[in-house]
Design a protein around this ligand. Structure first.
Ligand SMILES: C[S@@+](CC[C@H](N)C(=O)[O-])C[C@H]1O[C@@H](n2cnc3c(N)ncnc32)[C@H](O)[C@@H]1O
Length: 215
């Protein structure tokens, strides 16, 4: 089985098992301070790997209610759960497949691209960061949050426990990869909190240059 098929099967199973409710509850504690601080926008939002759709719904109802919201989710079962949450909204569209093969709608660039707990499932994280940064509108922001990174003790054994190969980068590598694709004002912080697990999430963010500089 290919790596992506293994990841897809894992998350189909989690979605069917319990709707990924516990995972979402834990993640929301760290995601909420990041998303609630965003200024409402009339632009385009993209979420990579929304899982059961808790953040997608929040964004679509509160922060991009007058904008357009897209998501790309590898697991059909997770995508179904996300879709159920936003079925009454006409500004949301969810595609099923891998972000790495995904094609954005023609001529669309995103004002915000967000992802929580997804990037270490990519075998080539640099390629995913490069692709995401290329989809940003001028001045658009990329926010990548991960719990699985080199400095995180709690997550050390996850790859073995899940039986899926995960990519374990140190914090500095996320920082450098954001800068390497030309993102500006790149920052990192650790978000903590949760209901039972009190996990630590590395949040790396940076913006596309707001205008092209001609030298
Ligand atoms: C740990 S879950 C996190 C879900 C959600 N973002 C959250 O915070 O609870 C990882 C999600 O990323 C999705 N995913 C993994 N690889 C992906 C890929 N290549 N393209 C799109 N989604 C992917 C999985 O199917 C799963 O729903």
């Amino acid at each position: 089985m290919s790596h992506e098929l293994e990841v897809e099967a894992l998350f189909d199973e989690w979605a069917i098992e319990d709707g990924a409710v516990d995972m979402a509850r834990e993640h929301w504690a760290r995601v909420e301070p990041v998303l609630s601080a965003l200024t409402p926008s009339e632009g385009w939002y993209l979420e990579i790997g929304p899982g059961n759709g808790y953040a997608l719904e929040y964004i679509a109802r509160l922060k991009f209610a007058n904008g357009r919201v897209r998501a790309v989710e590898l697991s059909q079962e997770m995508a179904n759960m996300s879709a159920a949450r936003v079925q009454d909204l006409d500004n949301v569209s969810i595609d099923v497949g891998s972000f790495l093969n995904w094609h954005a709608p023609k001529d669309v660039k995103f004002d915000l691209i967000f992802s929580m707990e997804v990037f270490y499932y990519f075998q080539d994280i640099s390629a995913a960061i490069k692709k995401a940064s290329g989809l940003l509108a001028p001045g658009g922001e990329l926010i990548v949050m991960v719990d699985y990174y080199e400095e995180s003790e709690e997550s050390r054994d996850w790859s073995e426990e899940l039986g899926v190969k995960l990519t374990r980068w140190p914090q500095s590598r996320y920082l450098d990869a954001f800068k390497a694709v030309g993102l500006q004002g790149v920052t990192q912080e650790i978000k903590s909190g949760g209901v039972h697990e009190h996990g630590l999430t590395l949040c790396t963010r940076g913006r596309s240059p707001s205008e092209i500089v001609h030298e």
